[in-house]
Write a protein that binds this ligand. Structure first.
Ligand code: ZN
Ligand code: ZN
Length: 275
């Protein structure tokens, strides 16, 4: 079984009304056709929570204020008319756990993907709010990133943790800590093991400056040793990226000792043989 659950129908910079561009049968058909070609049986979309006006009840970051235009109910209703599983990519906002839970409880998702893009009001993957402009110490950034990821795992809000080492996204274009990265991974892996949340293997990193799958092999093998479950996704924002570089991902997962992947329906998880 192969899955691609972390998909966006909407391009980040697409400002057209979604019912005319992103959330259309024609657009979904492109994703479904690409999945079929790549041998992917389970497909789902997970639009960013901050695209929806409801998200402003969770957080009022200037980026969210600028992005929050779509209607979450309309998105959910549309996805249910397609063959896609219904997911959502939700930023973990420390302190907003109750508000996040009530937004999620109000909808019938197949799965919820938790992400850490922001540390405070600065982002690890967005140059408009770049954390490295205000924090120069890579030890502090990496430590805080993985501690926040641990909190996200422990929150119980999510079925899958997205791109688990996103902090490396800029590769050599940003400072890198000197310490063995396993030191930073440790609290996150411990929280993942305790919570049972699935860890996403994402080929999106190959399309970013770091040119590496998320997570790094050391992070993945620590999760395997801790007994974690895994999900597989491309984080495509266009149909052409569905199943991107899955041969490398599946072979890496084999090397790391991953034999099964997580499949979700109405927030129930089962494990299927990978491949
Ligand atoms: Zn993300
Ligand atoms: Zn995403």
């Amino acid at each position: 079984m192969l899955t691609d659950y972390h998909l966006h129908l909407r391009l980040d910079e697409d400002d057209r009304p979604p019912e005319r561009s992103a959330f259309t049968t024609e657009n979904v058909e492109g994703y479904v056709a690409a999945a079929k070609k790549a041998g992917i049986e389970e497909l789902g979309c997970s639009e960013h929570v901050y695209r929806f006006t409801d998200a402003l009840e969770i957080w009022r970051h200037p980026f969210w204020e600028q992005q929050a235009r779509d209607d979450l109910d309309a998105y959910c209703e549309f996805v249910r008319t397609t063959p896609l599983r219904l997911g959502l990519e939700v930023d973990f906002v420390p302190g907003a756990e109750d508000r996040s839970a009530s937004l999620l409880d109000g909808h019938d998702f197949d799965y919820v993907i938790g992400s850490v893009h922001f540390l405070g009001d600065r982002a690890v993957d967005h140059d408009g709010y770049d954390i490295w402009e205000t924090e120069g110490d890579p030890d502090a950034v990496w430590r805080r990133y993985f501690e926040t990821l641990a909190e996200a795992a422990g929150s119980g809000l999510f079925d899958i943790l997205a791109h688990p080492d996103l902090v490396k996204m800029w590769g050599r274009a940003r400072p890198h800590p000197e310490r063995d990265p396993r030191f930073y991974y440790e609290p996150a892996v411990e929280a993942i093991a305790e919570s049972g949340v699935a860890v996403e293997v994402s080929t999106a990193g190959l399309r970013k400056p770091v040119r590496e799958i998320y997570p790094a092999p050391a992070f993945a093998t620590m999760c395997v040793e801790a007994g974690a479950a895994f999900a597989l996704s491309s984080d495509a924002h266009v149909a052409a990226d569905v199943g991107h570089a899955y041969e490398s991902a599946v072979s890496a997962m084999g090397d790391w000792g991953i034999e099964q992947i997580a499949v979700f329906e109405r927030r129930e998880r089962r494990l299927e043989p990978l491949g």
